[in-house]
Design a protein around this ligand. Sequence first.
Ligand SMILES: Cc1cc2nc3c(=O)[nH]c(=O)nc-3n(C[C@H](O)[C@H](O)[C@H](O)COP(=O)(O)O)c2cc1C
Length: 241
Amino acid sequence: MKRRAQAAFAKDPLNPIAPMGAPSPDQDIAALRRNYQRASLRSVDLDADPVEQFRRWLQQAIAADLQEATAMVLSTFDGKRPSSRTVLLKAFDQRGFVFFTNYGSRKAQDIAAQANVSLLFPWYGLERQVAIMGPAERISTAESLAYFSSRPFGSRLGAWVSQQSEVISSRHILEMKWQEIQRRFANGEVPLPEFWGGFRVAPIEFEFWQGRENRLNDRFRYRPQKDSNHEQTWCIERLSP
Ligand SMILES: Cc1cc2nc3c(=O)[nH]c(=O)nc-3n(C[C@H](O)[C@H](O)[C@H](O)COP(=O)(O)O)c2cc1C
């Protein structure tokens, strides 16, 4: 029985053969563990501005050639249930963190019901994660258009094809729609769909996490505070792992 399961794993085209020395798929997952030793995070290392701290870590994630360094897990809440999915960060600055999606999707409906969301960057290759919390808001049509126009032709067409999060009876329906959209925009001009665009998450809290030996991980939280001149700054606190 066990041998048959392993053979199925090796033959499955969706499961590339595991690299040499990789754990067997039958291994006890409770025994899989790694001691985090790559780096440390001290308060003196931190930028006073969390957006700059994020920029520094993102640059390191890109330089380390992590797969999908800009991918983040977006969690939303519809008032009854939470849900999470991956989206790609496309821009960020002091105003917030921008991703693009279908405005009719489940995530967009959740945001309409409850604007507060969380973003999580899982940079496992660097034994790091960054969590960001804050309200999400639609960006302007002009901003969405600027990004949409920069996308490859196929991605612009793809935005028109999918009624994201809706039930469809088969993949065939999707492929028929793709053919139809290709004919419709055969002249190469693909307008911005009115149901597609960006959201910006305006951060009200950040947490930077660095794995350390024996699970004595480094965690720092940034929360907004006013300084003595009533200017907004960030309060930085170390959290227990
Ligand atoms: C690596 C990766 C990147 C993704 N990027 C996006 C994205 O930028 N925007 C998007 O709408 N969906 C993206 N998706 C698909 C979403 O995870 C999700 O399936 C889709 O947005 C529908 O989510 P919803 O039904 O919860 O709204 C991505 C998925 C993966 C795995």
